[in-house]
Design a protein around this ligand. Sequence first.
Ligand code: IPM
Ligand code: MG
Length: 350
Amino acid sequence: MNIKLALLKGDGIGPEIVDSACLVLDKVAEKYGHKIEYKSYLAGGCAIDATGVPLPEETLQGCLDSDSVLLGAVGGPKWDTLPGNLRPEKALLGVRKGLELYANLRPAKLYGALAERCPLRVTDGFDILIVRELTGGIYFGENGRREGKYGPEAYDTESYSITEIERIGRVSFDAAMKRGKKLTSIDKANILETSRLWRETMHRLSAEYPEVEYSDMLVDNAAMQLIRNPAQFDVIVTSNMFGDILSDEASQLTGSIGMLPSASLGEGTRGMYEPIHGSAPDIAGKGIANPIATILSVAMMLRYSFSLSKEADDIEAAVEKALDGGFLTADLGGTLNNAQVTAKIIEFIV
Ligand code: IPM
Ligand code: MG
């Protein structure tokens, strides 16, 4: 297979971890006879420095012309004081929206080798898939500043259409069908009108999936339940903002935020794949970042965009071997650097 891949390495540790993931991808491509053509584009802070905007036209076009996109991370203190529409994060939102990638899959599972890194005292392990709505909700609603009752104020608005809820709902039910057939929809229906519409719509959809054990949960309770007993969850579906927050929470249960990959998908096969963590400016350039979230994101890409499941399995198995062998970066309590862990993972792909 010939694959045209757009790389958005971004800022901070982004370039280091994307480079590692590409080395792993090269190894798999060599093993199975695929040809990968990489093209790098500027996005985030580095794009602001070079062009004045976080997401240059050329970058979005490059993504649209590619078969899939691999992103590292964007942002950093250097750009923190810029106005909202010029911040590096806008690049990420722009690509998600520009490619209509409304479904964000964030698997969080506890690897056997990392059980001790899980901050919970009691856990039977867990394997959760968070399905986060990615192109709607409060992230994309009208916002601004205005004069209010107590003086100057700011506002953000959340809206969700039935169509948006239905399409993310279907992704989550379909995912549940392929996994443990259990779906929890997380909302704040006791307060938010958008959540009430969300809940109504999910209930209607659930009638089409009688095999899936469906339930609703309020987001505050969900934040607590994730820590009380993460093993109760199989697939979680939730809005953009709640998914952002809960996926960070879930990541910590796996031992490190450096472990969680993600896939952002739309109607076609083109997706964007990225670790859920940020650009970690504090460790950027030191070569010590954990590359696993990005490497696992490449595995998701092979599986979801190109239906190359053997290739994806190989990467996931190699990561597990590296973890089992104790080849760990510092965030996991190890002493190896990014290059050493990457080399081990590559070695385990035979
Ligand atoms: C994520 C990140 C982004 C988000 C930021 C960087 C815009 O936190 O992918 O989870 O909020 O979606
Ligand atoms: Mg986040």
